[in-house]
Design a protein around this ligand. Sequence first.
Ligand SMILES: Cc1ncc(COP(=O)(O)O)c(C=O)c1O
Length: 357
Amino acid sequence: MRGDITATFRPADRLSAVGVSEILAIGARASALKAAGRDIIILGAGEPDFDTPAHIVAAAARAMQAGETRDTPLPGTPALKAAISRKFRRENGVDYAASEIIACTGARQIIFNALMATQNPGDEVIIPTPYWVTYADIVRLLGGVPVLVPCPGRAGLQAQPRAAARGHHPRTRWLMLNSPSNPSGAAYGADQMRPLLDVLLDAPDIWLMVDDIHEHIVYDGFRPVTAVALEPRLKDRTLTINGVSRAYAMTGWRLGYAGGPEPLIKAMTVIQSQSTSAPSSISQAATVAALDGPQDFLVERAEVFRTRRDLVVGRLDTVPGLSCRTPEGAFYAFAACDGLIAAITPEGTRIEDDRAF
Ligand SMILES: Cc1ncc(COP(=O)(O)O)c(C=O)c1O
C-alpha cells in the first residue's frame, strides 16, 4: 500500500517562520465572496491595470523572431545592462557601471538574492513600518530578524531618524527604505531623506536597501529622490532597486534590476546562478525597449492614478472613524481605523483591532 502523503510530507523548519502572504489570503477570501455572488472589488494585491505599451510588446516579439530565445549572461545581457546604466544616469543622476548592475526575475528576487547573499541567521534588518510584508517575510525565511520601526501618522508615515537609530543593534545588516511606499504611498523628498542618511553615515556597518519601484507613480509635482544621488558617500553600501513591473505595467514579465557595489552584485549573481539563472531573454529585450523608449505615457498614467487616489482617499475620509492620509505616490490608500477600534458592529461584535476591522 502506498504511504499516506500527510504522514510523510515534512515541510522545512524555515517555513514555520512565514505564513501565506496576508495579501494573498485577503485576495483568496475576496475571490471566494465574489464567486458566491457578492458584488466585490478586490483591492488586496496592487498592480497597474494598464496594458504593457505596444512598443515594448513589439520589441519582445522581434526578439523572439530574431532567435533571442536562449539563456543569456546571468546578471543580464550587455544591452540590458547598458540600458539600465543609462536609466540610472538619466533619471536618478547616479552612475552604475555594467559590473555594478544585476537583472533578476522581478524586484522581489533582487531583495531575496541580496539578503540570501549577506544575511546570516540571527542578523537583523531595520524595516520602517508600515511596510511591504514581503520584506519581513524574506528576512524571516532566511533566519533573520526584522526590526520594525514604527512611522507615526503625524510624521507622514515616514521613518524618523532617531527611531531608526534606536533599531540599530550589533547584528544589524540592512536598513530598508521604500519610497513611495507600499502600502502607505508615503514618499521621502530630499528634505525628509537627508536626516535618515545622516544616521547611516554615522553607522558604517549598516547597508542600505532602497526600493524605488514606484518612483514614476507620484502626484502633485512630488519629486522623488534616490539615496545615492543625495548622498554619494553611501554608494559603496547601498543597493538601489528598481524594476519595470510598476512604471511600465509589466508585472507578468518578471524583470527587476539593481545597481550596487560590485562585491554585492557578484555575491547576488552566485545566488542567482544556483536558483533561477538569468531572467527571461524576451523580458530582457522588452525591458531595453521600455527603458530606452518613449517615457511620456508615464506622466499620463500617473495622472489617471491621481484621479483614482483623490476619489478613494476622499471617500474613505467621509467614513466616520476612518481617516486616510493623502499619499504622495504609489497606488495604495492606507486608511487609519483607530476611530473604530472598540466600536460595536451592527451584529453586536466588538472590533478588537485593525485586523478584525
Ligand atoms: C515595494 C515593492 N517592491 C517590489 C515589488 C515587487 O516587484 P516585482 O513585481 O518586480 O517583483 C512590489 C510588489 O508588490 C512592491 O510593492
